[in-house]
Design a binder for this molecule. Structure first.
Ligand SMILES: [Zn+2]
Length: 124
């Protein structure tokens, strides 16, 4: 369902919620102005958060690349980090359209030293 007339690079993403084990899907949605574009992962997060879900156990990313896996971009990694599961992490599965191979990793491995706003950040 990707809308990618400029890049022709279709990406799909799926999230598994911690509560209720619900599945949310997303696709990349491009825009002629470029910056309003949104990645598949953040589309799925937006849909799930709008329905009240805040913790995700798994994210899956599949892109139209035959030779390589496509990992979430930096903005998506930080967005996913905001909604990690109660375990403090999230499983990340990357695959190609043929689904012949799946790279399994953790969000903490692809986003070390993530940005976190601490409560005392404003108390100097
Ligand atoms: Zn992204």
């Amino acid at each position: 369902m990707a809308y990618c007339p400029y890049s022709n690079f279709a990406v799909g993403s799926t999230l598994l919620t911690e509560q209720d084990s619900r599945i949310y899907t997303g696709c990349n949605i491009e825009n002629s102005a470029m910056s309003p574009a949104i990645c598949a992962e953040r589309t799925a997060v937006s849909k799930a958060v709008c329905d009240g879900y805040r913790k995700f156990k798994v994210v899956v990313v599949v892109a139209e690349q035959q030779q390589e896996f496509t990992a979430p971009c930096g903005v998506c990694r930080q967005t996913l980090n905001e909604f990690r599961s109660s375990s403090g992490d999230m499983d990340v599965y990357l695959s190609r359209p043929a689904m012949d191979l799946v790279l399994c990793t953790k969000l903490s491995h692809i986003l070390p030293l993530s940005f976190k706003l601490h409560n005392n950040a404003f108390c100097n």
